[in-house]
Design a binder for this molecule. Structure first.
Ligand SMILES: Nc1ncnc2c1ncn2[C@@H]1O[C@H](COP(=O)(O)OP(=O)(O)OP(=O)(O)O)[C@@H](O)[C@H]1O
Ligand SMILES: [Mg+2]
Length: 251
């Protein structure tokens, strides 16, 4: 299987404060990679490099190479709009727009693509089916997205992201704000979505990482201590810190 993303010797700075040290990590295509580690170890910071979203803040900077499909996206001439279309991001708290369920998914399509009304409707349905929520919402597409449950809202946000047909899905603790049943639904969904996307998910839930991910990267104090197949990391880690973390001795 191919390597979709390759971080090579990445250092990251918030102003004078260095948050990531020499991060190197390969992300396999059409797999789920779990990013784990204690609070403040740099998981979100690392993910935010993949779509250069940190550049919205002028004092934040990354050094090193971040290859996506072999191309270094940290170079100056990169088209950020294109990059962010290719690399979709889903956050911890579901963030539906204050508009209808339909428009939540249609809005970015109207904004970024030149599509007919019919094409937009088709893509909205395809995306809502893709996140297994179509049957739940098809009769109330004009109702507000904010009127859905937390788990449904998160699936709606995933639908909004995949409607734009990205290749990579970054998810920063996407299930930490929703209940266990809704969490299992989203986990099932991710297993289905990995056929179409490369998925990177930050999680504090070790069971979740073990259940759904193919590969795992363990972060500690801004460094990637260990990465590789989830099976290996969870059953036979090489580093003592990794073992202590996954067995819950700190966190
Ligand atoms: N906007 C910011 N300005 C300055 N420092 C920051 C900023 N955001 C994060 N940091 C620092 O960078 C380091 C890594 O933070 P990051 O948010 O990436 O950790 P994390 O692993 O995602 O933690 P959590 O599990 O709590 O979400 C921390 O020391 C944090 O204090
Ligand atoms: Mg975080």
């Amino acid at each position: 299987m191919g390597i979709k993303i390759s971080a090579q010797n990445i250092n990251f700075f918030y102003g004078p404060h260095q948050a990531l040290f020499d991060n190197s990590l390969d992300i396999e295509e059409n797999k789920i990679t779990a990013v784990i580690g204690p609070s403040g170890c740099g998981k979100s910071t690392h993910l935010r490099i993949y779509n250069r979203i940190y550049e919205l803040y002028h004092d934040q900077r990354a050094e090193g190479k971040l290859l996506i499909d072999g191309k270094n996206i940290l170079e100056k001439d990169v088209d950020l709009l294109k990059l962010r279309r290719k690399v979709g991001m889903i956050f911890q708290k579901p963030t539906p727009f204050p508009m209808s369920i339909f428009d939540n998914v249609a809005y970015p399509l109207k904004l970024h693509f030149n599509l007919s009304k019919k094409e937009i409707s088709e893509r909205v349905e395809e995306a809502l089916r893709g996140v297994s929520i179509w049957d739940e919402v098809k009769d109330k597409l004009k109702k507000s997205g904010l009127a859905l449950s937390g788990g449904q809202q998160q699936r709606l946000c995933i639908a909004r992201t995949i409607a734009a047909r990205p290749e990579i899905l970054l998810m920063d603790e996407p299930t930490s704000a929703i209940d266990p049943i809704a969490t299992l639904k989203i986990e099932d969904l991710l297993l289905k979505l990995k056929e179409r996307f490369t998925i990177v998910i930050v999680t504090h839930n070790m069971q979740q990482a073990a259940r759904i991910s193919d590969n795992t990267a363990f972060f500690y104090k801004g460094k990637i201590i260990e990465s590789g197949s989830t099976k290996k990391i969870f059953t036979n880690p090489e580093n003592k810190k990794t073992e202590e973390y996954i067995t819950g001795r700190f966190g």
